[in-house]
Design a protein around this ligand. Sequence first.
Ligand code: ATP
Ligand code: MG
Length: 411
Amino acid sequence: MVKIQNVRGTYDLYGPAKRKAKKVVELASKTVEKYGFEEIETPIFEFTEVFARNLGDTSDIVTKEMYTFEDRGGESLTLRPEGTAGVVRSFISEGMQQNLPLKFYYTGPMFRYERPQKGRQRQFTQFGIEMLGVQTPQADIEAIAMAYSFLRTLGLENSIVVEINSLGDKESRDAYRQKLVAYLKQHINELSFESKERLEKNPLRVLDSKEECDKIVVANAPLYADSLNESSKKFFDEVLKGLDLLDIPYRINNRLVRGLDYYSHTVFELITDKLGAQGTVLAGGRYDGLVAEMGGGDVAGIGWACGVERLSMLLDQDVELPRPVAVIEVGDDVHETALKLAYELRNAGYRVEHAYSGNLKKRMMKANKANAYAALILGSDELAQGNVTYKNLDTGDQKQISLTKVQEELK
Ligand code: ATP
Ligand code: MG
């Protein structure tokens, strides 16, 4: 028989790991909802062009990481490697241009063909936000503030730093690109093969390279900050002023770029020292050129996305479930009453643990294992008088109460 197993780089999420992942998403949703963001769900696959032109043909995602396949109708489809492209596609195809600004969040699986290792999976979960139609620095400040507040609710404020940079407007980026290309050409023989290619197609990507030889060249490359024009400087200053005002600690990282043409102004990453090489847990930036590039007109955009599994790994403590109450039946003739009591309590909003088999001792053990705070013990003698035994499982105290008073007692 064929051995049945999961695909490399994919994981089954259950038990404590799933609880943590769920908590990460819950806290993120709660935080961004306070800023007026609403959830959007776009399909897990799209026409390949949605990602291929969106992400630029030279990005790692497009050149080596996409899960692309032909469906039975002969269409080329791709499992989404990230969330922004789908949201912008939806914005355009649903004709949402009349309702700006728009604030969306999303969560769900993303797919990238990468070399699996700790914190790097082929199917992973992202939570992300996109804000469309806001040109002012307030959007950048809010986006970063939300990200930081969210990580604070996870208890990570002491192990997280915001790294930030500005790519400026188009004029500044063009000026920078010229300087960069001139510099890289002087060092062309020291660059990796891939970076030589990038130099032609998308030189900014060289700054992103993980190759040692490229890093050495990049270390002395011209700085973005020196190419920003006055209005771009002013924009960046306002963003930083906002972060200062809100007491959000940041570090300017002149080497931080997003190598795609449609990025502008603010780019940022939230980084932890707790995850080794996979330390970036959240990344984002302003993408004022993207909507236009996809044919949706001149609409500003900014967004970020975080890796839910990477963040879950940072949660030291197990996520506790709310404690149930246990219904414990002793003897066959009380089964129907127990069934009904459990049903009614659940309808009234209680979590109820009602074991499927076993004697009193076994059932008490199960109640303790489920971390129940109280047990309602139903024996035939008490039931004959309309009573049950209520036992506080933390103190061990117990007393007889009327079956009709159970909910009162539990409150
Ligand atoms: P990296 O440099 O680690 O490859 P990236 O630039 O490809 O990251 P983004 O596309 O910005 O990452 O995605 C945002 C976040 O999603 C990352 O910061 C990370 O937390 C998470 N992420 C990205 N790729 C993976 C993956 N293969 N497995 C798990 N999480 C991932
Ligand atoms: Mg990557």
